[in-house]
Design a protein around this ligand. Structure first.
Ligand SMILES: Nc1nc2c(ncn2[C@@H]2O[C@H](COP(=O)(O)OP(=O)(O)OP(=O)(O)O)[C@@H](O)[C@H]2O)c(=O)[nH]1
Ligand SMILES: [Mg+2]
Length: 264
């Protein structure tokens, strides 16, 4: 299945002052201190750029609602298993639901190659020529969505750039956000990167097939997620074997049905 590729005309947000939706764990404090110490004008500038992404995200949300498309934003560290989880998820959802994928990477079309094997239309976004943005912003999704047959879709899945920090800060107009945490990353990541776990409605604990070989405490991982997001939906699964996929797929189908019922 062929896929589309385009490169985003955007720079790193650290270079051009694109703001964070929420104070950044690493530099939120200093950004705030600098803003306050220099008075009100800088606060206005930061708010204006922040508003621009949020306005674009709202425009995306209206566009997708008009087409009755459910949008899922999938985020994680590099290598947690986003593409592998999505390949199995697409196989389960199609052909009952018409799906498409936008996949973000700094460079290469490797993930688009894998995902397009599902038969779903795929748009690969590369951010390398413009500084290697570490996330997908709302205006990038708008451009990528223009490549897709929106009238013929029920579900749009966005595989965000592999990064446990920045993607959580950018609303792209999605309906639901999911974070994947794999067993090889350790149980403490929700505590160290809480914004991602606060901003998502579900967490997939992937690679449980590796548990016999790891010093990994499943209950501690769940407890750490609950500490930062008590109501989070949590699914333990393996994208390699398919174990644990049924509850995840049932949750996802419920979210899709709820959205499509409310916008009909
Ligand atoms: N054992 C095991 N390996 C897995 C599982 N899921 C994914 N992998 C492997 O983990 C590696 C990374 O998986 P990907 O799906 O490419 O991860 P990703 O999150 O899409 O990576 P980026 O797009 O680079 O951020 C690959 O070698 C997969 O085969 C799993 O459930 N169990
Ligand atoms: Mg991937």
């Amino acid at each position: 299945m062929p896929f589309s590729l385009f490169r985003t005309p955007i720079r790193r947000h650290h270079d051009h002052g694109r703001p964070h939706r929420h104070p950044h764990p690493e530099h939120g404090q200093s950004e705030h201190a600098a803003v306050h110490s220099r008075g009100g004008r800088e606060i206005k500038v930061v708010r204006r750029v922040l508003d621009a992404n949020d306005r674009m995200a709202e425009a995306n949300r209206r566009l997708f609602a008009a087409h009755r498309i459910f949008v899922l934003n999938v985020m994680s560290s590099p290598g947690s298993g986003k593409t592998t989880v999505l390949m199995r998820t697409l196989d389960a959802l199609r052909p009952e639901l018409r799906c498409a994928v936008i996949v973000g990477d700094i460079c290469s079309t490797l993930d688009a190659d894998r995902l397009s094997a599902s038969g779903a239309p795929v748009v690969q976004v590369n951010t390398d020529e413009f500084g290697g943005d570490c996330h997908l912003a709302a205006h990038v999704i708008e451009r990528a969505a223009a490549e897709l047959p929106l009238d013929d879709l029920d579900v749009l899945i966005v595989e965000n750039v592999g990064n446990l920090v920045c993607p959580a800060e950018f609303d792209i107009g999605e309906d639901r956000r999911v974070v994947i945490l794999s067993t090889t990353e350790g149980e403490e990541k929700p505590i160290k990167y809480p914004l991602m776990f606060r901003e998502c409605q579900a967490a997939l604990l992937n690679k449980i097939d590796l548990l016999p070989y790891l010093d990994y405490d499943r209950q501690l991982a769940v407890d750490n997620i609950r500490q930062v997001h008590p109501d989070m939906a949590i699914f333990e699964l393996s994208a390699k074997t398919g174990e644990g996929f049924d509850p995840w797929l049932a949750w996802l189908r419920d979210q899709i049905a709820a959205k499509r019922t409310s916008s009909s």
